[in-house]
Design a protein around this ligand. Sequence first.
Ligand SMILES: Nc1ncnc2c1ncn2[C@@H]1O[C@H](COP(=O)(O)OP(=O)(O)OP(=O)(O)O)[C@@H](O)[C@H]1O
Ligand SMILES: [Mg+2]
Length: 266
Amino acid sequence: MYDAPNTLGDTVDQTETKISARNVQVFYGDNHAIKDVNVDIENKSVTAFIGPSGCGKSTFLRCINRMNDTIDICRVEGDILLDGEDICDKKVDPVQLRAKVGMVFQKPNPFPKSIYDNVAYGPRIHGLAKNKADLDEIVEKSLRRGAIWNEVKDRLHAPGTGLSGGQQQRLCIARAIATEPEVLLMDEPCSALDPIATAQVEELIDELRHQYALVIVTHSMQQAARVSQKTAFFHLGNLVEYGDTSQIFTNPKDERTESYITGRIG
Ligand SMILES: Nc1ncnc2c1ncn2[C@@H]1O[C@H](COP(=O)(O)OP(=O)(O)OP(=O)(O)O)[C@@H](O)[C@H]1O
Ligand SMILES: [Mg+2]
C-alpha cells in the first residue's frame, strides 16, 4: 500500500527560494531561544527541521507565519521574507498571512464542527467562494488533496472530532489547504499517529510538495530522510547545519550534527 515516497539521495531540481530568514533572533523574556538564524527555504520542496528537544524548532517555525505574535513575552527580531516581502511589515495582516502560510500542529485539532464546516471555515472567512456550489467544490477539492475524500464523502456533515486520529490530521491538512496556501508548516504532524496513518500523511506530504513549500518539524530522523529534500539541524537556538537531506544524513559537516544523527545527543 505504501512506498516510501522518497529516499536518501533523491533531489529535486527546483531551487526557487520561497522564504528567506535574515538574522532572526527570538526571545522569550530573557531566554534567547533563536540565535541569528539565516536560511533560504526552497519552493516546491520539503524542508525538515530536526534537533534536540528545546532547541527552537517550533519557535523558528512559528516565525514563518507570525504565530509568535500570539505569545505575549515573545519578541522576534530580524527579517523573514516571503517571496522577497517582509512578513513582519506593519502592512501585513497576520490573518491574511496565515491563509498563505498554513500550519498543521502536533495534535490534530479539528474545530468542533462538521467535516464540511472545518474545511469551509477558511474559504468562508476569506470570501473565496462565490456561492454554495463554489464552496462545495473547494471543500471536495481540499478533501481530495488531503487524501481523505473517499473516507468522509458520505459523512460530510458528521463532526470532524468523530474521525480517527489519522483521519483528523488529514482533515486538518485539508483545512489548511482550503485557503490555497503557498507554504505549509507542520509541527510534528505525525507524532500522535500510528504507523499506517503516519505513512498516509507522509505520502500526502510527498504529493503536496509539487505545489507548496513545506516545512516539517520532526523527531524522527527516518521521517526526515523519507520525506524531505533539505534538512536544517538546530541546536541550542542555533541553526548549526542546513543542506541537502542526503548530505546531512550521510556526510554531516558539523560535529554536533553528526552526534545528533548518530544518537549521541538529543
Ligand atoms: N510559549 C513559550 N513561552 C516561553 N518560553 C518558550 C515558549 N515556547 C518555547 N519556549 C522556550 O524556547 C526554547 C525553544 O523551545 P521550542 O518549543 O521552540 O523547542 P523545540 O525544538 O520545538 O522543542 P521540542 O522538540 O521539545 O518541541 C525553549 O527554551 C523553550 O522553553
Ligand atoms: Mg517543538
